[in-house]
Design a protein around this ligand. Structure first.
Ligand code: ATP
Ligand code: MG
Length: 293
């Protein structure tokens, strides 16, 4: 099973936009895909896909109850299927107090002589849910700020995809990337695989030349594509609470946007290849392929 978290210490670099559209890209290639929204912010991936209507209801079962080992039901029942067939575990307001909730659960467990490692709870939940029997790809979207959301997302998958803006600030992050990843590994006391570094919001196609040296110095796999600035498409998809593919398909959008969707497809194939999963364009159903034609 392919599984990874979108990860960046910088906010607003496109984690959520990539999580949503990469999940859609995996699904287009015939992979049964689950997107998990771990971001407590209102307006994350599950809002993007129109499945966050229960987030303020304190009584519903939600991912946090599973993380603290007090579930109200099965993990599978947390999953909402969007109108386009993408499975999503939505965000919930309880994620706001995830740290406190985990802390409390840890203390209770300790009082009973048990062991409860806060960082490893999503890993436990996903393992117990036997996800690899139901899904071919799991994509997790945590918030940018460090702490238990990120730790749980990364521990659960052991792999990250890192979006990065090719700007002077982005170049700085690129140069410090190995240290940042090492810090995360130290924090988690385990190895983290960087599956892809993805240049996003690229303004000019020659941007890569400008940052070529910094990109070449990176010891991680750099994605073979750069995602250009596509505000109209991404904002349009956001407004309509759908994926960019669906938005473009519904509105007969310009060629450059179709080409960007092909980049998401290619990126999904590149990521899959890092897991030794061979996806090809031919895996995309004919009618789905027409979206980018
Ligand atoms: N390639 C792109 N072109 C234009 N706008 C983009 C692109 N990628 C993301 N954006 C926009 O940038 C904003 C931030 O993106 P997004 O929410 O995906 O970032 P994030 O890393 O998830 O942020 P946060 O750290 O708050 O979770 C959004 O308005 C999004 O539509
Ligand atoms: Mg986000």
């Amino acid at each position: 099973m392919i599984s990874y978290a979108l990860w960046s210490e910088a906010g607003g670099v496109g984690k959520t936009a990539l999580a949503v559209n990469l999940a859609a890209a995996h699904q287009r290639h015939g992979q049964r895909t689950l997107l998990i929204d771990l971001d407590p912010q209102n307006g994350g991936a599950s809002h993007h896909l129109g499945v966050d209507d229960d987030r303020a209801d304190p009584d519903v079962d939600n991912i946090v109850r599973h993380l603290i080992d007090r579930p109200k039901g099965e993990f599978a029942d947390l999953v909402r299927t969007t109108t386009h067939g993408l499975d999503v575990v939505p965000s919930h307001n309880m994620l706001d107090s995830l740290e406190t909730n985990l802390q409390r659960a840890q203390e209770m467990e300790r009082d009973m002589g048990g062991r409860f490692v806060k960082e490893l709870q999503l890993r436990r939940v996903l393992r117990d849910a036997n996800l690899s029997q139901t899904y071919d790809a799991v994509v997790i979207d945590p918030p940018a700020t460090g702490g238990q959301h990120v730790y749980n997302a990364v521990s659960a998958t052991s792999n990250v995809v890192i979006p990065l803006e090719l700007s002077p600030k982005g170049e700085q992050s690129l140069r410090g990337l190995e240290d940042t990843v090492s810090n995360l590994e130290a924090e988690l006391d385990s190895e983290v695989g960087v599956v892809a570094v993805v240049p996003n919001k690229v303004r000019r196609t020659r941007m890569r030349d400008k940052y070529e040296e910094a990109l070449e110095d990176v010891s991680y796999p750099v994605a073979p594509v750069q995602i250009p600035v596509r505000e109209a498409m991404l904002n349009g998809a956001w407004d309509e609470q759908t994926t960019a593919y669906e938005y473009v398909a519904n509105h007969g959008r310009p060629q450059r946007e179709r080409e960007t969707l092909e980049l998401f497809d290619e990126l999904a194939r590149f990521i899959a290849a890092q897991f030794d999963v061979d996806l090809s364009e031919a895996d995309i159903a004919e009618e789905e392929r027409e979206v980018v034609a």
